[in-house]
Design a protein around this ligand. Structure first.
Ligand code: 26V
Length: 818
């Protein structure tokens, strides 16, 4: 009876809380958080109060959704990733909850705007680039389509560094995001668990069963913080669970009283360090102990959480794979595999065979890069020392694979390439492929490359494991929220259905010959360019002319992405103008944004080159008016959201075969920019979608790249035989803004300090050829706008909703919650 009354009271309270207006809730929040009358609160206080109220609404929705998932006994996907590049939350949530107008009114009464609040929020930059942003887009796609999902990662205290350019050089500052970002995090002490490192394992036999007794280990506590991720027009909420590491050892009073303060606090700092900072690198693997600890910390805490929840709600451990599926985002969370086996064997007393069977039925893996320097191979000795029990299990998995492979007729030589442990190293990608039900690449070309190259040995024995899921983007964020002018216009032309299903963007094709529509698209682009120009000026004091063409390359700085090739093209145009100042060229602005990993010296030199070139040009008005270059400092998700709608040319110029997919290319496309790129990653599919007439493709194809590499790339030959290349490279000697860049000339000519493995000079000529075609198309305004329209119309396929449906159907076997 008491319980019944209690639940009735709760229901009434819930109903009334729904009826409490947003205005009242925000006022009450300001009062309870700060003891202030709403009108006395400053913008920061209003931001925090509003975000807290929005977060509470999301938490209520999550609770209701969770109940449905459990009532319907639905399988759930757990997306484990070392990175989630979430950006800001308020705008996305306010849009998804459909409370923009109501909130705008409430805020008006308080003398602030929604934009004021958006500006207060720091970006949650818990990722480096594409891989982390993809994770964020997928949590959105999962929620938008009512799939039961949870993401797991680390609650880094410092996200990706803030970039500050000083005299043209990149410097790095810590990214302190939590003071403004933690309003979105709810601590879940009830879900905390411990993670063990070091020590040793004793094998005992009790009642004929082998028991593994883990001794003398060090323990770290993992405390979760939940972030709610809403979707467009849906009842579902994805949760991103971020683990924070905490010391659980008692304070070492003994050392302290003896004056050894460093020792007394040692344990504390060691444990704390695990979730301190995101590794600011991508595509370069280094076998650092702290990184391994981060990975195991994430995997162990997440797998414990998944299994504990399973037992709590479904009871039977043998049904674990029926209700849970784990996705391993690149190899970083590979240790989830032996961790599942460990818990099933050591805590639930299953045999290795039983545990291995369940594990294979619940993990899948996405590969995100084929670059050899990015493939993780940990030293066997390090894993054995830090994770002794996990090491034993990896050896057992390896042995099991060898036995199976021999039965399948794999030769000893081939086996050496495929097995997990070899030559003192533990190869994480091999473990992933061996354990996973499905392995996928992230674009059609990339999947072909992993089948025929990177994982060919595995493909031969397990052909059905390999599938493609081309990446996709959360287009409601990247189009609907970032480009309201375009979307309002689209609403009036084709109706709002595209906001629900991006394929409806194709309706726009009906207007491809309608001059008034094309003109309007041009006007919208111009307005967005003005908005970006204002943003640049306000934030960095940089002036750009919105009447010039905006030609943009924004992405992590890496040799394979070939920002340098773009710079060579700009220098070619510059030398033309220096030779003939009256030469007519289309006024154009090159916009770069890129962060380099802090120890990636060549990448940092390229940033210096871009900045020096930009400064030199900005100091020469006669050049600047025709050919401008700007480097946008600290490129991040928020800058991208302003820049994509303003872009006209999207530079996607990686060496073919190296960019797994790219997702920036899709964000540009859906905002009407035209791709100027190589046949690489998802560019190939963009090309296919829009056709030859609506894209600018140049350069070697991936097989031509391999042929040239095999034959031997002779950079000097291009220098000796191509007058423009010679002139451009010699111009580097003279340098820019008082700095010579002979080092980069040497780099390009395969001399010093290292070779150019990405063969910029081999693609230069074709790049210039297609540049002039692009330029001609740009100057035919109606033709250009038509091309732009086709790109918007055909971008629907690159929605994360589509990618997620493919994952759900072909990989996870996941159903939508009704
Ligand atoms: C590797 C490492 C090595 C150790 C230090 C930290 C770290 C972080 C990340 C990575 C691998 C990065 C791989 C990656 O970001 N790949 C990108 O994934 C995108 C999403 O699939 C795709 O669009 C890009 O083409 C691909 O480069």
């Amino acid at each position: 009876m008491v319980i019944e009354m209690d639940s009735i009271v709760k229901d009434i309270a819930k109903e009334t809380s729904m009826e409490i207006s947003l205005e009242q809730r925000i006022s009450e929040k300001i009062s309870s958080l700060y003891g202030l009358d709403p009108h006395e609160a400053n913008v920061d206080q209003i931001y925090k109060a509003t975000a807290t109220v929005v977060n509470e609404i999301l938490r209520d929705k999550r609770k209701a959704f969770n109940t449905k998932v459990r009532d319907q006994k639905q399988r759930r996907v757990y997306y484990i990733s070392m990175e989630f590049l979430m950006g800001k939350s308020l705008k996305n949530n306010v849009n998804n909850l459909g409370i923009v107008d109501e909130l705008t009114n409430v805020l008006k009464g308080l003398g602030v705007t929604l934009e004021d609040l958006y500006e207060r929020e720091p970006d949650a930059a818990l990722g480096n680039g594409g891989l982390g942003r993809l994770g964020a887009c997928y949590l959105d796609g999962l929620a938008s389509q009512d799939y039961p999902a949870m993401g797991f990662s680390i609650r880094y205290e410092y996200g990706l560094f803030k970039q500050k350019i000083v005299d043209g050089y990149q410097t790095e500052l810590p990214d302190v995001w939590l003071p403004g970002g933690e309003v979105w995090l709810s601590k879940r002490r009830d879900k905390a668990c411990n993670v063990k490192f070091d020590g040793y394992v004793e094998e005992k036999t009790i009642d004929g069963k082998v028991i593994y007794d883990y001794k003398d280990y060090n323990e770290v506590e993992a405390v979760p913080y939940d972030m709610m991720v809403s979707g467009g027009n849906s009842d579902a909420i994805s949760v991103l669970r971020l683990w924070r590491s905490r010391n659980i050892r008692k304070f070492d009073l003994n050392s302290f009283t003896q004056g050894d303060y460093a020792k007394a606090t040692q344990e504390y700092t060691d444990a704390d360090l695990i979730s301190k900072v995101l590794y600011p690198s991508d595509n370069h693997y280094q076998g650092k102990t702290l990184r391994l600890k981060q990975q195991y910390f994430l995997c162990s805490a997440s797998v414990q959480n998944i299994i504990n929840d399973h037992i709590r709600y479904y009871g039977d451990i043998r049904k674990l794979a029926k209700y849970s599926v784990i996705h391993i985002n690149d190899t970083h969370p590979t240790l989830s595999i032996p961790e599942i086996v460990r818990i099933l064997m050591d805590d639930h007393r299953l045999s290795f065979d039983e545990a291995w069977d369940i594990t294979k039925n619940m993990v899948n893996y996405t590969n995100h890069t084929v670059l050899s320097e990015a493939l993780e191979k940990w030293s066997e000795e390090l894993i054995q020392r830090k994770l002794p029990r996990i090491y034993m299990i990896i050896k057992q998995i390896d042995q099991r694979f060898c036995d199976e492979a021999k039965c399948l007729g794999v030769s000893n030589e081939e086996l050496n390439n495929l097995r997990i442990i070899h030559n003192g190293e533990v190869r994480m990608a091999n473990m992933c492929v061996i354990a996973s039900g499905k392995v996928n690449g992230v674009s059609a070309l990339h999947t072909d490359i992993i089948k025929n190259n990177l994982f060919n040995g595995f493909y031969k024995i397990y052909p059905d494991k390999f599938v493609n899921v081309t990446n996709g983007i959360a287009y409601r964020r990247w189009l609907c929220q970032s480009n309201p002018a375009l979307c309002n216009y689209l609403d009036s032309l084709i109706g709002p259905e595209y906001r629900q299903d991006a394929k409806n963007l194709e309706k726009l094709l009906a207007f491809k010959d309608d001059e008034s529509v094309l003109k309007k698209l041009d006007e919208i682009k111009y307005q967005n360019k003005c908005t970006f120009a204002k943003y640049l000026y306000k934030k960095f004091g940089i002036v750009v002319d919105p009447t010039t063409r905006f030609d943009v390359q924004v992405k992590r700085l890496h040799e394979y992405k070939r920002q340098l090739l773009n710079v060579l093209k700009i220098i070619a145009l510059l030398t033309d103008l220096e030779e003939d100042p009256y030469r007519q060229i289309t006024p154009q602005t090159y916009i770069f944004g890129a962060k380099a990993a802090s120890t990636y010296y060549i990448a940092k030199d390229i940033i210096l080159l871009i900045n020096s070139l930009a400064t030199e040009i900005q100091n020469r008005p006669e050049i600047r008016n025709k050919l401008n270059v700007v480097f946008v400092e600290d490129y991040n998700v928020t800058t991208a959201e302003v820049l994509m709608p303003a872009s006209e040319v999207s530079e996607q110029i990686s060496l073919a075969g190296k960019e797994a997919s790219g997702t920036g290319n899709m964000k540009f496309m859906i905002n009407g920019a035209l791709t100027f790129g190589t046949e690489d990653g998802a560019n190939v599919e963009i090309h296919q979608e829009v056709g030859d007439d609506n894209v600018f493709i140049f350069g070697m194809r991936d097989y031509q790249v391999s042929e040239l590499w095999q034959k031997g790339y002779n950079a000097q030959w291009y220098y000796d035989n191509n007058y423009i290349i010679k002139r451009v490279l010699d111009r580097l000697d003279r340098g820019f803004n008082g700095k010579s860049f002979s080092n980069i000339k040497h780099y390009l000519l395969n001399q010093y300090p290292v070779a150019d493995p990405y063969m910029c000079l081999a693609d230069f000529d074709d790049y210039m050829r297609v540049y002039y075609q692009m330029d001609e198309a740009y100057n035919d305004r109606m033709r250009w706008n038509k091309m732009s329209l086709v790109n918007i119309a055909k971008a629907g396929i690159f929605s994360a909703d589509r990618s997620i449906r493919e994952y759900a159907d072909n990989i996870w076997n996941l159903k939508k919650v009704k």
